[in-house]
Design a binder for this molecule. Sequence first.
Ligand code: FES
Length: 136
Amino acid sequence: MNMKRREFMGWMTMGAIVTSVVGCNAETGANSDQEETSNEFQVIGTVDELEAEGSLTDSTTGVIVLRNAEGELIALDRTCPHQSCAVSLDDNGETLTCPCHDSQFTLEGELVDGPAQTDLTNYEVKTEDNEVLVKV
Ligand code: FES
C-alpha cells in the first residue's frame, strides 16, 4: 500500500514536469511564430493596381512599391531618414521627394540631395499571381 502511494506520487511528479516542459515549448513555439510573421511577405496590392497607378503605397507598413528605369520592382520605406516625413513619387516618376525639407532619392532609394544623410530602407519584393508582396 505504501509502495503504491510512492508510485502514485512519482507519477504525479513526472506528470507535473512533463506538463511544465510541454508548456514551455508551446510558449516558445508561439513566440517563434510571431517572429516569423513579422518577417513574412505582406500583400501590398495587385500588379494591376501598380501598372495602372505607377506605384503602390501602403499606409499600414509605410511602404511604396514602384518600378525603376529597368522595370524592376522596388519596395522602399517611405520614411525619410532626416526627420521621418513620408516621401512621395514625383510627378515626373523619376525621383522621390520629401515634402518637409526636399530631400530627394532615386527610384532605388539612394540619396540624391539632403538634408537627409542616408538612403531609404529597401525591402524584398515579389509578385505571385496578381499580388505584389513585400517582406517588411
Ligand atoms: S524630413 Fe525629409 S528632408 Fe527633412
